[in-house]
Write a protein that binds this ligand. Sequence first.
Ligand code: BV8
Length: 230
Amino acid sequence: MAHRYERIVILTGAGLSAESGLSTFRDKDGIWSKVRIEDVATPEAFARDPQGVLDFYNGRRNNSRGVEPNAAHAALARLEADYPGEVLTVTQNIDPLHERAGTTNLIHMHGEILKTLCHHCGARGPYDRDLMVHEACGHCGREGGLRPDVVWFGEMPYEMERIYAALGVCDLFISIGTSGNVYPAAGFVAEARGAGARTVELNLEPSEGISHFDEAIHGKATEVVPAYVE
Ligand code: BV8
C-alpha cells in the first residue's frame, strides 16, 4: 500500500477470524443461525436466564482457546508497526487475535471474551474459567452479577468518542470481514467518507454498506488483506 495516507482507521469483523476457525454470525452456519440474539445477547436475556446466557459465553470462550491469529491479522499488525502514519484498528470481534498478532493501537468496541464484568460494581477481571450464576465478584463480593465483558444488543459500544474522533480525521477507512448489519459500526463508513476519507472494503462478498465504498476487493481475508496492505 502506498504511503499516501496520514491517518488510517481499520474496522474489522468476524470474517477476519473465520480462517482462524471462529464462527461468523450471519453466514449460513453462523452463530445467529443456531441461537437467537434475543435469547443470549441482550441484557433482558441475562435478567431472564442468567445461567443460559453464561453457558453460551462459556462455550464461546472455550472455543476461542487455542485459536491462533491468521495471515490477515499478522498483515494488519505489520502495517501498524511499519506504516509511517497513524493506524487505528477498531474491532467488533471479542476474540484476542489482533493483540496476539501484535496490534497495539486497538479498540475492542464490542468488548472481550477473555474478560468478565461485574454488573453490580463494574469491576473487570479475567474470564479464566466457566462462569456460574452464583459466583461472587472478587471485587465487591456480591453474587449474581458476573458476566462476560461483551457489549450486548441495546448496550452502548465502548470508546465511541475516540472512534468518532478518529473517523472525523482519517483519510483512509478500511472495512474488513464485516457484513455491515450492526450499528453503530455499520455507519462508520459513511462517517469516514463524509469526512473526506477514501473508503475500501475487503470482504468475502459485498456487504450491506457496499454503496459507501470507493473500492471493494472481495475474497478470503488471508488472501486479500496481506495483498492490499503490503
Ligand atoms: C447501540 C458482542 C446505542 C456479543 C455484538 C432495533 C432494536 C434494537 C436495537 C437496534 C435496532 N435497530 C438498530 C439497533 C441497534 C443495534 C443493531 O444494530 N441491531 C441490528 C441487528 C439491527 N445495535 C446495538 O444495539 C448496539 N448498541 O446501538 O447502542 C443504543 C443504546 C441503548 C439503546 C439503543 C441504542 C450494540 C451492538 C453490539 C452487539 N454485540 N457482539 C457477542 O459477540 O456475543 S454484535 C455481533 O455482530 C457480533 O458479535 C459482531 O461483533 C457484530 C458484527 O458482525 P460481523 O462481524 O459483521 O459478522 P457477520 O457474521 O455479520 O459478517 C461476517 C462477514 O464476513 C460476512 O460478510 C462474510 O461474507 C464475511 N466473511 C466470512 N468469511 C470470510 C469473510 N470475509 C473475509 N474472509 C473470510 N474468510
